[in-house]
Design a binder for this molecule. Structure first.
Ligand code: SAH
Ligand code: SF4
Length: 393
């Protein structure tokens, strides 16, 4: 087969060395570039590249096709040629866990040694959020976060971010995009890694995720969460128009430095200024401040008072996250009454302050718990239990 893949002028083509090029995950520009590069072999005239790109993009991202023959508005000979050079394959799902509460967790192998976790969290209402990873590991070392104990393996590419959405859509059976009552309605960058240390890939991935002819998720349904990489906050907002979430967790520099070392580089004063300047900020486009409840550390009434003062004048909502313990952590989750009292205090000051319900605990799908070896072992035991109970029911 290799011979047939040598171009007429004996120029070896990419497919010979590394196999077909995976188009799934790529943006319009990249698809067009590949079609241009292989234009001669594929017999696509330069003036037809745009039209072909549009067709292929629509089939991949609106219909989720996995077979070239499903692209019925492309003639068979052309489909055969495309199939020779390009693939519609998904990366391997190494592990798939489904929680009793409907939360789904996927471990996806993007390339050898590069495994990424993605979690789908259905809401009680009709919506559901996919929690995507932007990096494998993290360079930051927030003390309460399990990802923070792992070194950075590498940044994910835009395609690898998009593929997380594709895999969830496949699994949920949510093709085509135009299907009514899809559950995967929102995307949150709250998986592994710091998205603002990979802004280019996050921005490019969103161009595909939000494309109305593709995955069609509105930009207001995208939330990018950051630990506070101040210089990137404004540019990210300009580039993506996404909603912003700040992992705050403490409202004074001394405590925040202790639990989030990035605060030494970008203290609260600068962080809050970047929030005030966030593009498009308004009462209908509020910033979410995430606040993980750590027993005896940041959960007292005076902490809430400081928080209220810090947020003054910013259209904000506070998400209180019960701490998810992981093996080896020094922290504990605050008592439920303490969390409720904290929530009431913040609420009385005029800020919505929902307490995030822990989801997918039985499959270790919680934030800050992604991809840990010890946990995986335990999770695989639990999976057996879940399977057993599924079989029983
Ligand atoms: N790096 C980004 C996004 C990934 S973390 C950030 O820090 O914002 C997503 C959210 O999970 C953050 O708010 C983070 O602080 C929180 N988190 C991390 N570990 C946690 C844990 N063990 N329990 C609860 N929330 C945690
Ligand atoms: Fe990295 Fe976010 Fe975890 Fe901090 S909380 S270590 S920034 S993933």
């Amino acid at each position: 087969m290799a011979e047939t893949l040598i171009s007429p002028d004996h120029r070896p083509v990419a497919v010979k060395a590394s196999g077909p090029i995976r188009l799934v995950g790529l943006g319009r520009k990249e698809i067009a570039q590949h079609l241009t590069d292989l234009g001669e072999e594929l017999r696509i005239e330069p003036k037809k590249v745009r039209m072909r790109t549009k067709q292929i993009f629509h089939w991949i991202y609106n219909y989720g096709v996995t077979d070239w023959d499903q692209m019925t508005n492309i003639a068979k000979p052309m489909r055969e040629k495309l199939a020779q050079y390009f693939s519609l394959e998904r990366p391997e799902i190494v592990e798939r866990l489904v929680s009793e509460d409907g939360t789904r967790k996927y471990l996806i192998r993007m390339s050898p040694g590069v495994e990424v976790e993605t979690v789908f969290i259905p809401d009680v209402s009709k919506t559901g959020a996919l929690c995507v990873s932007s990096q494998v590991g993290c360079t930051l070392t927030c003390k309460f976060c399990h990802t923070g104990t792992q070194r950075l393996v590498r940044n994910l590419t835009p395609a690898e971010i998009v593929l997380q959405v594709i895999i969830a859509r496949d699994d949920l059976g949510e093709w085509p995009t135009t299907q009514e009552n899809r559950k995967l309605t929102n995307i949150v960058f709250m998986g592994m890694g710091e998205p603002l240390y990979n802004t280019q890939a996050v921005g490019d991935s969103l161009d595909t995720i939000c494309d109305p002819e593709g995955l069609g998720i509105g930009r207001r349904r995208i939330t990018v969460s950051t630990s506070g990489v101040v210089p990137e906050i404004g540019p990210m907002g300009e580039r993506t128009s996404a909603m912003l979430a700040i992992s705050l967790h403490a409202a004074n520099d001394e405590l925040r430095e202790q639990i989030m070392p990035i605060n030494r580089k970008y203290p609260l004063k600068d962080l809050m200024q970047a929030c005030r300047d966030y593009p498009g900020l308004s009462n209908s486009k509020r910033i979410t401040f995430e606040y993980v409840m750590l027993k005896g550390i940041n959960d007292q009434p005076w902490h809430a008072k400081q928080l209220i003062k810090l947020l003054k004048g910013i259209p904000a909502k506070v998400n209180l996250i019960p701490f998810n313990p992981w093996p080896g952590t020094d922290y504990e989750c605050s008592d439920w009454e303490t969390i409720e009292a904290f929530a009431d205090q913040v609420n009385r000051a005029g800020y919505a302050s929902p307490i995030r319900t822990p989801r997918g605990r039985d499959i270790f799908a919680a934030c800050g718990q992604l991809k840990s070896e010890s946990e995986k072992k335990r999770a695989s035991d639990i999976r057996k239990d879940v399977r057993a109970s599924e079989e029983l029911s």
